[in-house]
Design a protein around this ligand. Structure first.
Ligand code: CUA
Length: 335
């Protein structure tokens, strides 16, 4: 009895936790707000299994409560063992056939969607082919058919199938865009495939969903869905030669001296760090910081303070504030 009293005391705590933890899902990082066909079909499967389970629970509890009340020991009733029944063909057939039917209702769409969602669209002429490489703790996106490489912001045309091919450059990560569907692991040395599609022009949150190190929780990215025309314009701009304005040439020289060994600034350049072509247009800085010049300065000065365990060295001791400022001005000219 004492033990039960202690458990009852936990109920307010559980209630508060429920409120707090459900608050975590209020943002767009939710599988319950699908914005593309893959996510919608996956949500349908979740709802289907939930409804079947709720149905089973309701039926079983209804029978249980009925039996409990109907056959309870009444006043004056003698405490005797009731008549023993062994085997009942009708009942046995009913409780075997109903679960089989329920499992079939669950299995047919689950299996068919599972096969559908693992379709490899990489050879499809209408699909956009994107090669994703996960790094500790950032994302590299290559468009082999377009000759473009970028990072952190995955730009896609709306309404088109995006055929992903995913690997990791170091440890295991997982690529996840909850509102579009997924997720899938990225492993070193193994190529996985996935396709997604965005129905709307919007920006969707993406996350790494596999514990991969100190900054796993900060390994975010964005999916920027544009109209086909805007996507084409973006691709053209990414491929155009980078024009350096006269007032940022000092910054460019410093960038070449200090940053170029890891960061490419070209249409399809790859390196140890993210390609920074078109950096001024990105939605976030390092995936998690607001895209402001102040944050860029903080990042260059001491990146470990913002994202522990990442591979970028700190330039705080190496460059003075003016030089870091020049580099930031140069980065903000990369449109
Ligand atoms: Cu990458 Cu977690």
């Amino acid at each position: 009895m004492i033990r039960w009293k202690k458990l009852w005391r936990l109920i307010p705590l559980l209630a508060v936790m429920t409120f707090l933890l459900t608050g975590c899902g209020s943002d767009t990082l939710s599988t319950l707000q699908p914005r593309g066909p893959v996510a919608s079909e996956q949500l349908f499967l979740m709802k289907l299994s939930l409804f079947i389970m709720v149905f089973v629970v309701i039926v079983v509890f209804a029978i249980y409560l009925y039996v409990l009340v109907r056959y309870r020991q009444r006043k004056g009733q003698e405490n005797t063992i009731p008549k023993q029944v062994e085997g009942n063909h009708v009942l046995e057939i009913i409780w075997t056939v109903i679960p089989i039917l329920l499992l079939l209702v669950l299995a047919v769409p689950t299996v068919s969607y599972t096969f559908k969602h693992s379709t490899d669209y990489r050879k499809d002429k209408d699909a956009v082919h994107v090669k994703v490489t996960a790094h500790q703790f950032w994302w590299q996106f290559e468009y082999p058919d377009l000759g473009i490489a970028t990072a952190q912001d995955l730009v896609i045309p709306q309404g088109k199938i995006i055929a992903f091919e995913l690997i990791s450059a170091d440890v295991n990560h997982a690529f996840w865009v909850p509102s579009l569907g997924g997720k899938i692991d990225t492993n070193p040395g193994i190529t996985n495939t996935l396709y997604l599609q965005a129905d709307e022009i919007d920006t969707f949150k993406g996350k790494c969903a596999e514990l991969c190190g100190a900054s796993h929780a900060l390994m975010d990215f964005k999916v920027v869905a544009k109209s086909q025309a805007d996507f084409d314009a973006w691709a053209q701009k990414m491929k155009a030669p980078v024009a350096v304005a006269a007032d940022v040439q000092k910054g460019e020289a410093l960038f070449k001296e200090n940053c170029m060994s890891c960061h490419a600034v070209s249409a399809d350049g790859l390196g140890m760090g993210p390609n920074l072509n078109g950096f001024a247009e990105r939605s976030m800085l390092a995936g998690v910081l607001e895209h402001t010049q102040d944050n860029a300065k903080k990042w260059i000065t001491n990146p470990q303070a913002e994202k522990p365990g990442n591979k970028m060295p700190a330039f705080g001791g190496k460059l003075d504030d003016g030089q870091i400022n020049d580099i930031v001005n140069y980065l903000w000219s990369l449109k």
